[in-house]
Design a protein around this ligand. Structure first.
Ligand SMILES: Cc1cc2nc3c(=O)[nH]c(=O)nc-3n(C[C@H](O)[C@H](O)[C@H](O)COP(=O)(O)OP(=O)(O)OC[C@H]3O[C@@H](n4cnc5c(N)ncnc54)[C@H](O)[C@@H]3O)c2cc1C
Length: 349
C-alpha cells in the first residue's frame, strides 16, 4: 500500500486458512499479477505458487457420438493460476498479524455528525463481547451478500442466474502416476499450461492444473434455484447428490474427466448470483469493494481480478493511473459486458 494508513481487518472466520482446504483456482490476469507483486516483499514469490495459463481452449464434447471438436484456442492467454489459499497466504504473510481481528462479526457502523470518522461495532464470536473501532474510512469487502451494501442500497437484491457450479480440487500429490492422472494428461495434453473448457448441450466445465499437484475443476449446470440455508452461496451436499452428479458426469463428459470428478474428495456446489450494477459505491467515508461493490457471475476470471484492482486504487492513494485503471476495468470493461458464454438462466446450446 502506498498510503500509510493504520489498518484493522474485521473477519468473522476464526483464523487464516491452514492446510489444504477445499476451494478453488484463481486465474490472475496480467494487471493483477503486477499489482500483487507490488504488494510482496519478494515479488517473484508469486511464481512459486502459480502455474502459467498460456492456453485458453474451448471444445465441444458429444459423448454419444464420441466426438470432441476444438471451437476456439488462444495461445497467448498470459494468466497465472493459483489456489486461493496459496494466494491468500502469500499476501497475508506480508502483513503484520496484529491488524487482524479474526473471529469478529461486523455488526453496524455509524458516521460521526461532522463526517470525519466512522465507528464500527463488531462482536467477538468466542466471547460475545462487542467492540468499537473508530476509523477515518470503512472499506466494506464483505462479499456478494454485503450487509454494508444492504444499508445503503436496501433495494439491491441478488439475482439467481439460473445455474449452479459443482466444484472440486483433485489432489494427486500422493500418487502422481496414477491411471487417473496418466489418463487425464493424455486426454488434455496441455494440462499444466492452460485452461480447458468443454461444452456440451446446456452445460460446460472448466479444468486446469494448480501448483503442488492439484487439479481444479468446475462444472456449470442449469437448474432451478435450490433452497439455501444461511447466508452462504455454497451449498452443503448430500452423498446422494454427489452420487447422482458422478453418474451424470459419466454420461456427458470424456471418461478421463468423469474419473477425476469421481475421485475428488468433498466436491461442493455454488449457487451463482449477480445483481444490476450499482450507480454508487461510496458514501461519505464508507466504500464498497470486491464482490460487495460488484457481484457478478464467475466467468472470464473477472471477480477476484476486479477485487484486486479495487484494492490497488484505494491503496494507491487516489493516484491517477490506478483510478483510470479502475474506471476502465470496473465501469467500462467488466460490469457492462455480458458474460462470455451464458445467456441468463441457460447456457448457449
Ligand atoms: C463457481 C465460482 C467460481 C469462481 N471462480 C473464480 C475464478 O476463477 N477467478 C476469480 O477471480 N474469481 C472466481 N470466483 C469469484 C470469487 O470467488 C469472488 O469474486 C471473490 O472471492 C470476491 O472476493 P471478496 O473479497 O470481494 O469477497 P469474499 O471472498 O466473499 O470475502 C468476503 C469476506 O468477508 C467476510 N465477511 C462477510 N460478512 C462479514 C461480517 N458481517 N463480519 C465479518 N466478516 C464478514 C467473509 O467471511 C469473507 O471472508 C468464482 C466464484 C464462484 C461462485
Amino acid at each position: 500500500m502506498l498510503l500509510s494508513w493504520d489498518v484493522v481487518v474485521i473477519e468473522k472466520t476464526r483464523g487464516p486458512p491452514t492446510g489444504n482446504p477445499t476451494g478453488a483456482g484463481i486465474a490472475l490476469h496480467p494487471l493483477s499479477q503486477k499489482i500483487v507483486k507490488s504488494w510482496l516483499h519478494q515479488p517473484d514469490l508469486l511464481h512459486n505458487i502459480t502455474l502459467p495459463l498460456t492456453i485458453d481452449q474451448n471444445r465441444a464434447v458429444d459423448q454419444e457420438k464420441n466426438v470432441c471438436r476444438i471451437l476456439a484456442r488462444d495461445e497467448n492467454f498470459n494468466y497465472l493460476q493459483a489456489h486461493w489459499t496459496d494466494l491468500h497466504s502469500l499476501i497475508y504473510n506480508t502483513l503484520p498479524p496484529e491488524i487482524f481481528f479474526w473471529g469478529h462479526l461486523y455488526l453496524t457502523f455509524c458516521i460521526s455528525h461532522d463526517k470525519s470518522t466512522v465507528n464500527v461495532k463488531a462482536k467477538n464470536l468466542k466471547t460475545d463481547e462487542v467492540i468499537d473501532i473508530a476509523g477515518d474510512l470503512l472499506v466494506a469487502a464483505d462479499g456478494s451478500r454485503s450487509s454494508v451494501r444492504q444499508t445503503f442500497v436496501p433495494d439491491s437484491k441478488l439475482r439467481y442466474t439460473g445455474y449452479c457450479a459443482w466444484r472440486g480440487v483433485f489432489d494427486f500429490s500422493e500418487n502422481e502416476n496414477s491411471e487417473t492422472i496418466q489418463g487425464i494428461r493424455k486426454a488434455y495434453p496441455t494440462l499444466g499450461s492452460g485452461v480447458h473448457m468443454d461444452l456440451a448441450s446446456g452445460t460446460y466445465t472448466v479444468l486446469d492444473e494448480l501448483m503442488y499437484k492439484r487439479l481444479n475443476w468446475i462444472w456449470f449446470i442449469s437448474q432451478s434455484e435450490p433452497p439455501l440455508k444461511g447466508d452462504s452461496a455454497t451449498m452443503k451436499v448430500s452423498s446422494d447428490m454427489i452420487k447422482k452428479m458422478h453418474q451424470e458426469a459419466e454420461k456427458i463428459w470424456v471418461p478421463e474427466f468423469a474419473r477425476v470428478i469421481k475421485e475428488t474428495k468433498e466436491p461442493f456446489l455454488n449457487l451463482i448470483y449477480d445483481c444490476d450494477p450499482l450507480t454508487q459505491i461510496y458514501w461519505d467515508n464508507v466504500v464498497l469493494i470486491g464482490d460487495a461493490a460488484h457481484p457478478i457471475t464467475p466467468h472470464c476470471a473477472r471477480s477476484t481480478n476486479m477485487a484486486i484492482a479495487d484494492a490497488a486504487v484505494l491503496g494507491g492513494g487516489g493516484q491517477k493511473i490506478y483510478i483510470q485503471l479502475w474506471k476502465n476495468i470496473n465501469l467500462l470493461g467488466y460490469l457492462s459486458l455480458p458474460s462470455k458464454s451464458c445467456i441468463r438462466g441457460e447456457w448457449v446450446k
